[in-house]
Design a protein around this ligand. Structure first.
Ligand code: GDP
Length: 176
């Protein structure tokens, strides 16, 4: 390339978690800054990219969304291949989705080699004051014991969504 024009660092980030936990909504909230309409999430954004700036450097995040494939309980190996980071999402108001997140993490560890960065994300925090089913502390302890980054967020309100993606971008830059 031209002098001084380096290739922009790039990181593949995959979203995992049960159907309905808000994976597409989180990706679209981050990439577009909006809570998506029902149609957008039903169609599913299989692939989104977003360039962000951390410490003065641009990094391109390739965000892979399952687009509903998780319904069939197995994802193609290419889904995980080359991923540097994964966000495993559960719904803080649905304990079953937390158990499923734990199995997604196991699968991820089997399907990927090396040190993939895993974020455990409890979504739909906006509903938690009335409907919470997974305690913050329980999830936090699980994350700590398993070397995961932990966050609670809301794609609907936007709470902690950018911070979560930016933290991943920062860690990716630090590794490159
Ligand atoms: P996916 O199947 O994991 O990709 O989930 P979607 O992104 O399609 O979201 C499933 C449903 O949950 C949709 O009706 C979303 O509008 C809703 N949803 C997603 N995130 C949130 C959130 O943070 N709060 C609330 N209240 N609803 C959400």
């Amino acid at each position: 390339g031209a002098p001084g024009v380096g290739r922009m660092p790039q990181a593949k980030l995959v979203l995992l978690g049960d159907t309905g936990v808000g994976k597409s909504s989180l990706a679209l909230r981050f990439a577009r800054g909006q809570f998506p309409t029902h149609c957008e999430t039903t169609i599913g954004a299989a692939f989104l990219t977003q360039t962000v700036k951390v410490q003065g450097k641009n990094i391109k995040l390739d965000i892979w969304d399952t687009a509903g494939q998780e319904r069939y309980h197995s994802l193609a190996p290419m889904y995980y291949r080359g991923a540097q980071a994964a966000i495993v999402v559960y719904d803080v108001n649905n304990a079953n989705t937390f158990d499923r997140a734990v199995s997604w993490i196991d699968e991820l560890r089997q399907q990927t080699t090396g040190n993939i960065l895993i974020v455990l994300a409890g979504n739909k925090l906006d509903l938690a004051s009335e409907h919470r089913a997974v305690q913050t502390e329980d999830a936090r302890v699980f994350a700590e014991e398993n070397g995961l980054i932990f966050a609670e967020c809301s794609a609907k309100s936007g709470h902690a969504v950018n911070e979560m993606f930016m933290m991943i971008a920062q860690k990716m830059i630090a590794k490159q």
